[in-house]
Every structure is written in C-alpha cells, then in structure tokens.
Ligand binder design. Structure first.
Ligand code: SF4
Length: 295
C-alpha cells in the first residue's frame, strides 16, 4: 500500500519537515472526504498511479500529512480506510498534539483497534529544543501530553516514538532516551525509532542549520549503546552498517525504496552489503561517501 497524504495542513512548522509549503498551500478540498474516497477507490480498482510514494508495498499503509488529526472528517475518513482495507496494518503519522485532548483521544482509542500504530516524532526531552525544532511554542507540552493520553488506557494503539536526528537535537540524544525510559516504560506498547534526517523539502531549505553527517550521529548513537540496551525494540533507520558498532547493527532497518539509496564504490565487496541500506541518495549528493568503511 502507498503512503497516503491524509491532510495537507499542519499546526507545526518543523525545520526538517520533508514537505514544502506548496503542499500545505494546495486546496483543502483535494484532501477532503470525497476526494480521499475517490482516490482510494481508484487505487483499489488499479486505475493508474494515484499516490506518489510506495505504490508497490502490499501489506501496510502510512497515513501522512500535514497533520492527519486536523482533518475536519478525521474519524469518518479513518473509519473508511479501516473498513476498505481489512487486514492491512495502518500507521498514522502525527505530531501528537491533538491527542493532548483527552476526549479526542478517548474517541480515537475506541475506534483504533489493533491494526493501527501511531507514529509521533519527539525532537528532544525539553520544550526549549523540541519547540525550536517544531517551530511552535507549547508543542512539546502538547505532544508529551498526547503521548501520555495515548498510553493511558489499559489497551489501545501501538505507539512508535520517532527521534529524527539532525544538528539541532543530536546533543540531546541521550537525554531524550533517558526521558523516554522514565516517562514511557511500556516496551510491549511502544517502540523508539531513531532516524537520521532526510535531505528533502524544508530540511533541504534549512540545511545550513540542520546539516549533520552520518558519522557524527552514529558516534553519538554508538556511545549511547548501554542506554539503548534498555529499549528492546529500538530501531535505527537510514544508517549504513559500517558506521554503527557491531552490537547495534541488528537494530538497523532498510525502510527506504531502492531508488532513494545508493551503494558506492566502497560498498563493492563489502560483506555487509546484503543487509545494509548503503547511503541515502540525497545524502550522498551532499556529503559523498568518504565516511564509509568497507566491511
Ligand atoms: S561499505 Fe557500503 S555496504 Fe558496506 S556497510 Fe558501509 S554502506 Fe553498507
């Protein structure tokens, strides 16, 4: 299943957002209930390329934005996707702020069911850094409140807390993990995913302030290995295996399509290649491959 942009407006202005402002400027009606239903029905009938990303993936669906929870028909549209896609695992990408509203969250949890994961980025363990990255004062308080509400009941959705690393928050990494360990100690109900930022959309525009080499974020991750061991399901996205210390390599996942990645000359003959992502294409264009070490 593809990535489906559920709603194109957002109440955050994240510095590393992979969307450009042109996306939010599109007419809201393009993402309204009627349009979304028309698009999915066309997709299900195989009527040409309807969505832009991950059209070929069969068993899971990502609902993205903008911020999906701001959709004026959020509950109706979510119920429709669930009904029309039985057996498909759905990940809802959200900044989490709307879930600070307990009534909204209760209604959401009542309908969510076990096939739904909510993925929420947390930029740091303090409002000082998180709000700077999110571009909104008060975002940290609402996002953390939303995470608390989503995990408050005895059941509910599975939660994925995403730490997207770049120059503005890399120094906070260990503090953020400690914060999560203390605040959300629910290994069966949530996981942490650590992601090296992608150079696309606003993160390309803001690249002077965000630029972070993979070797620099890998160094911080490697140094935090003892702390990472406290998170049984912590995953690492977008990292080449040769930069990650041996004991953490099994946590590296390949989640980008082949066209967005590259194996360079350094990867020729590398014994880790089959299980390795290589480099993100846009990263390679910006920084080259000097950091890689053939294994
Ligand atoms: S050299 Fe290339 S294939 Fe080998 S671990 Fe590094 S990035 Fe991966």
């Amino acid at each position: 299943m593809p990535d489906i942009p559920f709603w194109n407006k957002c109440n955050n202005k994240c510095v590393m957002c992979t969307n450009l402002p042109e996306f939010a400027a599109q007419e809201a009606a393009l993402y309204g209930l009627k349009s979304q239903i028309k698009k999915l029905e066309s997709y299900l009938k195989g009527l040409g390329p309807v969505y832009l990303k991950n059209n070929d993936k069969a068993d899971f669906l990502s609902l993205t934005g903008g911020e999906p929870t701001l959709h004026p028909d959020f509950f109706r549209l979510l119920a429709y996707f669930k009904r029309r896609l039985p057996g498909v695992s759905i990940t809802l990408l959200s900044n989490g702020r709307r879930f600070a509203d307990k009534d909204f969250t209760r209604r959401f949890l009542n309908m969510a069911g076990s096939r739904l994961t909510v993925a929420v980025p947390l930029h740091a363990a303090s409002s000082r850094v998180h709000d700077k990255v999110a571009g909104v004062t008060g975002a940290f308080r609402e996002t953390v409140g939303g995470l608390e509400n989503l995990l408050a009941g005895p059941e509910g959705v599975f939660l994925e807390i995403r730490l997207v690393l770049h120059r503005l928050n890399i120094k906070e990494f260990s503090k953020t993990l400690l914060f999560l360990q203390k605040k959300f100690p629910f290994p069966g109900r949530c996981r942490v995913v650590v992601i090296h930022y992608e150079i696309e959309g606003m993160s390309l525009k803001n690249h002077k302030s965000l630029a972070l080499r993979l070797s620099d974020s890998a160094r911080v991750i490697n140094a935090a290995a003892p702390l990472i061991e406290n998170f049984p399901d912590l995953r690492l996205y977008h990292f080449p295996l040769c930069l990650i210390k041996n004991k953490l390599r099994s946590r590296c996942w390949i989640t980008l399509p082949a066209e967005d990645r590259i194996y360079t000359k350094k990867c020729e003959g590398c014994k880790a290649r089959k299980k390795c992502l290589g480099l993100m294409m846009e990263y390679y264009k910006e920084f080259g491959d000097a950091e890689l070490k053939t294994l």
